[in-house]
Design a protein around this ligand. Structure first.
Ligand code: HXC
Length: 512
């Protein structure tokens, strides 16, 4: 009896050692934590229940029959994060470089099945050399089993991928299907083909970090939503991200404590500059309106639009805001895709949407047209139009052209539309409009420049305000900026039981 109990204790101790102390030391020497250390940081009080600790691979080729490690390079576990059930897998780089075998994939699939059946988020801590090379196609099959589950779980339970080491080849597609990706600076990378293949095929000389490090993917490609200074910061961001989400698509996000008080924010009356062409930072407005906790997503990518989570009167909301401080807040391909993806996430998981609008239109030019601003801009239009969560827009300044329609207008299903007195709602800016509609008058004038200025002013006085839209009910209320928080709290509260259904269909065909 004692022997049997001892044997179990030995097995557990062995499993906890992963690939052994030497490899654990090597992991630490690279500035990385082990899979188990990461899990202790992620779960509340470091407590989790492990599933499949004694699983091993079944391969015999290339000497694998002589090399087995309990757990086979991935820890699958469940426990509480922020007091709520969460399923987590953590790849163990000390075991075959965290590479994915058939058995390793089976453990992840089992975890995902449980998460789906029990309606709780899945977090993946990725640190892997990719497919277990000695296993061949069964490893590839294992990846596909995971991709398939990622896809089926999309929109059912939140899925988060933290990249904490290598993530290469087709392995990148599991994180890509999940809702959010976080990368650790300097110790993680993601690419479809590494620097050597790149050199052979395109003759480009590039390091792993340059090609697929956290900065490349947080600034250039937008593949990652968060770039984290180190693993501890990354795990803290995963926890914070989860705190804004419900457990699944049938649930609502948890509310945080909030005591009603004076909701007027006088500082908001002084943010819009006197000159409509002068920039300002939309984040200043967001900071005044929310409960002090804006958590920005995709902070360094397509900065002409700002997206992120916050609480308003304790309720979780998603914010999409044009950013006049970058490219005048224009909508382009990247910003449209960034915002559309965020809107889709919020709608999947019943998180109400708040839009701040100051947009001069879509970015003109061959680069944008030839790269598909039409179909990419349509993504955002489609995402807003399909969203059935409570949706409110605040027009702070410009709402020009097609961008007026796209940025959560009443016409595409927004529930409430507020405008500040500084709002300008028109087909285009006054100068461009005057040049077109008064073309002949200007051409016939002796002083063309003075005439243009005069006509520009006429157009401005006519349309550069919110009142034409308010007359039609396109704007529900023109409000003083300092009332914004108070008005939004009341309106979201009024909308909290909103029920909206889309027409019955198999699924829509978003312009991908
Ligand atoms: C089996 C692997 C492995 C793999 C690493 N190891 N990758 N074992 N299959 N894919 C093992 C190593 O043999 C080594 O074992 C240990 O993990 C650590 O690896 P090192 O090379 O010593 O570590 P490091 O120098 O940090 O380099 C890490 C690495 C490198 C960059 C990930 O190991 C590497 O390039 N590995 C191969 C990556 C790869 O080509 N994978 C297949 C991609 S294709 P010991 O015993 O010494 O500790 C793919 C297709 C997926 O994944 C398709 C899905 C659809």
């Amino acid at each position: 009896m004692t022997n049997k109990l001892d044997q179990l204790q030995q097995n557990i101790a062995q499993a906890k050692l992963g690939g052994g102390q030497k490899r654990i030391d090597s992991q630490h020497s690279k500035g990385k934590l082990t899979a188990r250390e990461r899990l202790h940081l992620l779960f509340d009080d470091g407590v989790f229940e492990e599933i499949g600790m004694l699983v091993t691979h079944r391969s015999v080729e290339f000497g694998l029959d002589r090399e087995k490690y309990l757990g086979d390079g991935v820890i699958t576990a469940y426990g509480n994060i922020n007091g709520r059930l969460t399923y987590v897998f953590a790849q163990d780089f000390t075991v075959f470089g965290g590479s994915l075998s058939e058995a390793h994939a089976g453990k992840i699939c089992r975890l995902m099945d449980l998460a789906m059946q029990n309606g709780a988020p899945v977090v993946g801590l990725n640190d892997s050399g990719g497919a277990r090379i000695q296993e061949g196609v069964v490893s590839l099959g294992g990846y596909a089993d995971i991709f398939y589950r990622n896809t089926l779980a999309s929109g059912v339970v939140p899925q988060i991928s933290a990249i904490m080491g290598p993530c290469a080849g087709g392995a990148v597609y599991s994180p890509a299907i999940t809702d959010f990706i976080l990368m650790v600076e300097n110790t993680s990378y993601m690419f479809v083909t590494g620097p050597n293949v790149v050199k052979t095929v395109t003759h480009e000389e590039v390091t792993s970090e340059e090609l697929g490090g956290a900065s490349a993917h947080s600034i250039k490609s937008g593949v990652t939503h968060f770039s984290c200074a180190n693993e501890i910061a990354c795990i803290a961001d995963v926890k914070r991200l989860l705190s804004y989400m419900p457990q699944n698509c049938e649930d609502t996000a948890p509310a945080v404590a909030y005591t009603a008080g004076n909701e007027l924010r006088p500082a908001l009356n002084n943010i819009i500059p006197p000159n409509a062409n002068q920039p300002y930072d939309m984040r200043e407005i967001i900071a005044q309106v929310v409960d002090n906790d804006f958590f920005e997503v995709h902070k360094n990518y397509a900065e002409n639009i700002v997206v992120g989570f916050a609480h308003l009167a304790g309720q979780s909301i998603g914010i999409v805001a044009n950013q006049p401080a970058v490219l005048a807040g224009v909508l382009d391909i990247h910003s449209s895709k960034k915002a559309a993806r965020f809107v889709r996430f919020c709608d999947c998981f019943n998180i109400p949407l708040l839009v701040f609008e100051d947009v001069p239109g879509f970015l003109p030019g061959t680069d944008q047209e030839w790269n598909g601003i039409i179909s990419n801009g349509a993504k955002l239009l489609f995402a807003f139009s399909e969203a059935t969560v409570p949706r409110i827009t605040v027009i702070t300044r410009k709402a020009y052209g097609g961008a007026y329609d796209v940025m959560n207008s009443k016409h595409i299903g927004a529930d409430m539309n507020f405008a500040w007195p500084t709002a300008e709602i028109a087909v285009m800016g006054a100068a461009g409009a005057a040049e077109i509609i008064f073309k002949n008058e200007i051409a016939a004038s002796a002083d063309k420049s003075a005439k243009l200025k005069e006509k520009e002013l006429e157009y401005t006085q006519h349309f550069a305000n919110p009142y034409r839209a308010a007359e039609r009910g396109y704007v529900d209320e023109v409000i003083m900026p300092d009332q914004t928080r108070q008005k939004l709290i009341a309106a979201f509260n009024m909308l909290k039981n909103k029920v909206a259904k889309l027409p019955r269909k198999k699924h829509a065909n978003i312009p991908l």
